[in-house]
Design a protein around this ligand. Structure first.
Ligand SMILES: NC(=O)c1ccc[n+]([C@@H]2O[C@H](COP(=O)([O-])OP(=O)(O)OC[C@H]3O[C@@H](n4cnc5c(N)ncnc54)[C@H](O)[C@@H]3O)[C@@H](O)[C@H]2O)c1
Length: 427
C-alpha cells in the first residue's frame, strides 16, 4: 500500500479532467501564448467557429483562443469527440454544439449550427465549416485556418469563392515533420499496441500511402521490428520508399502477405470488398487517414462470403468469412489514433507546436496581417519562424534554460506586438 502522502490526486478530481490538466500543463507554447493573449486580446469582439476533434489538446487550444477575447463556438469531428473534453470546455465558457457522433447527418447539423453563429473566424479540420459557409454565406467572415491535408484538398478548388485568407496549417513544414511524420507514426504504433496487445516483431505490415504520415508510420513499425512494405500510387514517392529501404510490392501482393494493413492516404475506398479474397486469416486492418472511408468497412462487412460480424474486443470488430478466415477491423475504420479505447492522439509537444501555429495564424487573420491573396495557402514563413524559435526556447532546446510559464519568449512579442488587436477593425 502506498503511503497516502504519495498519492497526488488529479488537478480537480475526475480522471478525464486530470488528463486534460496534464495535457494543458504540458503545452508550453499554448500556455505562453494564452498569457500573452490575456494582455493583447487579439480576438476581442470576435466569434471563432471551430470544427476540430474535441480532446484534451484541442481543449488547450480553444481555451487559448478564449483567453484572447473570443467567443468560441465549437463542434467536434466525426467519432472523435470525448465527453470529458466537452464538459471541461462548457464549464469554462466555450459553447460546444452536439456530442460524439458517428452519424454524418448529425455531424452536418452540428456544423450548420456553428456556422449559424456567424463566426468572423473559422478554425476548420477537414473543410466542413468553410464548405458550409459557402452554402450559406454571411457578411463579416475575416477568414481562418484549415488543419489538414484532406481539408486543403477539398478547399483549394473553392479558393476563388472563399475570397478570404485561409491558412493551411498542414502545409507548414513544422506540421509536416513534427506531427505528420514523427507524431502520427508514433501514435499509430502506440494505438496498434494498445488496442490489439499484439507484438510487432516479425509481423508483415503493409502501409498504404507514403506521404508525411505514411513515412512516419512505416518508420515506426520498422523500428518496432516489423517487416514493412509500402504501397504507393505515385511512382516517384514509391521510388523514395524503396530508397528508404522498404519493399514496394504491388497492392495485391502486399495484401496477400500482410498481417497488418494500415491506410494513411487521404483517399477513399483504398481497401474495399474486392480485396476480401486477398486478405490473410487474422489480418488486422486499420486506418490513420482523416476520413473513415479509406477502408470501406460497410462494403467489406456485406461482401459475399462474410458470414459473421462481431465485436471481438474494445475497438476491434471481426468479420468471419465462410472459408474460416477472420478479418479484424480496428475502430471501424475511423482514425485509429483518435478513436477506440482510451485514445491519446499525437504527442502533447507535437500538438502544442501545431496548435501554436493555429493560434498565431488566427491572430494574423484577425489583425489583417494576411489578406485575400492568402486563400488556402501555407502558413506564412514569419509565423513558422516565430513558433520554431518559441519551441526551442520553451522546451529548453536552445541551450538556455526555458522561461517559466507565462513569461514571454526571448525577443518574440507575437504577430504584431502588444497592440495586435488595434490593427483590425471589428466588423
Ligand atoms: N491520424 C492522424 O493523427 C493524422 C494527422 C495528420 C494527418 N492525417 C491524415 O492522414 C492522411 C495522409 O496525410 P499525409 O499528410 O501523409 O498526406 P499526403 O498527401 O502527403 O500523402 C498521401 C500519400 O498517399 C498516396 N496515395 C493516395 N491514394 C493512394 C492509394 N489509393 N493507394 C496508395 N497510396 C495512395 C499519395 O500518392 C500520397 O503519397 C490525410 O487524410 C490526413 O488528413 C491524420
Amino acid at each position: 500500500m502506498p503511503d497516502t502522502k504519495d498519492v497526488i490526486p488529479g488537478a480537480d478530481g475526475a480522471p478525464g479532467r486530470s488528463r486534460i490538466e496534464w495535457v494543458r500543463s504540458g503545452c508550453r507554447l499554448l500556455s505562453s501564448i494564452a498569457a500573452e493573449f490575456t494582455r493583447t486580446r487579439p480576438f476581442d469582439g470576435l466569434t471563432i467557429g471551430t470544427g476540430i476533434h474535441l480532446e484534451p489538446k484541442t481543449v488547450a487550444l480553444l481555451l487559448t483562443l478564449a483567453e484572447g477575447g473570443a467567443r468560441v463556438v465549437s463542434t467536434g469531428n466525426l467519432s472523435s469527440t470525448q465527453a470529458d473534453a466537452v464538459e471541461y470546455l462548457r464549464a469554462r465558457g466555450v459553447e460546444v454544439v452536439g456530442a460524439a457522433t458517428t452519424d454524418q447527418a448529425e455531424h452536418d447539423e452540428h456544423v450548420r449550427q456553428v456556422i449559424a453563429a456567424r463566426p468572423q473566424l473559422l478554425l476548420d479540420n477537414g473543410g466542413d465549416l468553410f464548405a458550409r459557409y459557402l452554402a450559406e454565406p454571411y457578411p463579416g467572415l475575416l477568414g481562418g485556418t484549415e488543419e489538414t491535408t484532406s481539408g486543403r484538398t477539398r478547399l483549394r478548388p473553392l479558393a476563388a469563392a472563399l475570397e478570404v485568407p485561409v491558412l493551411v496549417i498542414n502545409d507548414s513544414p513544422i506540421k509536416q515533420f513534427a506531427e505528420n511524420r514523427h507524431a502520427v507514426g508514433q501514435s499509430v504504433l502506440e494505438s496498434y499496441l494498445r488496442i490489439t496487445n499484439q507484438m510487432t516483431n516479425g509481423r508483415r505490415v503493409a502501409v498504404f500511402g507514403y506521404g508525411a504520415c505514411g513515412k512516419g508510420v512505416a518508420a515506426n513499425f520498422r523500428n518496432a521490428c516489423a517487416s514493412v512494405a509500402v504501397v504507393e500510387i505515385d511512382p516517384v514517392t514509391r521510388l523514395e520508399a524503396s530508397l528508404d529501404g522498404f519493399a514496394v510490392p504491388g497492392r495485391e501482393e502486399a495484401l496477400r502477405n500482410a498481417d497488418v494493413v494500415i491506410t494513411v492516404t487521404g483517399a477513399e475506398s483504398v481497401i474495399t470488398a474486392d480485396d476480401l479474397g486477398f486478405l490473410k486469416d487474422d489480418v488486422v486492418l486499420m486506418n490513420a487517414g482523416h476520413f473513415p472511408r479509406e477502408i470501406a468497412v460497410e462494403g467489406l462487412a456485406r461482401a459475399a462470403g462474410v458470414v459473421q460480424r462481431y465485436d471481438a474486443a474494445d475497438g476491434i470488430e471481426t468479420l468471419r468469412v465462410d472459408d474460416g478466415r477472420r478479418i479484424h477491423l480496428l475502430t471501424r475504420g475511423h482514425m485509429v489514433n483518435l478513436a477506440g479505447p482510451r485514445p491519446l492522439g499525437n504527442s502533447i509537444e507535437s500538438m502544442d507546436l501545431g496548435f501554436a501555429l493555429q493560434a498565431r495564424c488566427l491572430e494574423a487573420v484577425a489583425a489583417g496581417s494576411v489578406g485575400a491573396g492568402h486563400t488556402v495557402v501555407p502558413v506564412p514563413r514569419f509565423i513558422d519562424e516565430l513558433v520554431a524559435t518559441s519551441f526551442l526556447d520553451r522546451y529548453g532546446r536552445s541551450g538556455t534554460p526555458p522561461p517559466t510559464s507565462g513569461q514571454p519568449s526571448s525577443g518574440h512579442p507575437g504577430i504584431s506586438g502588444p497592440s495586435t488587436g488595434a490593427a483590425r477593425s471589428t466588423p
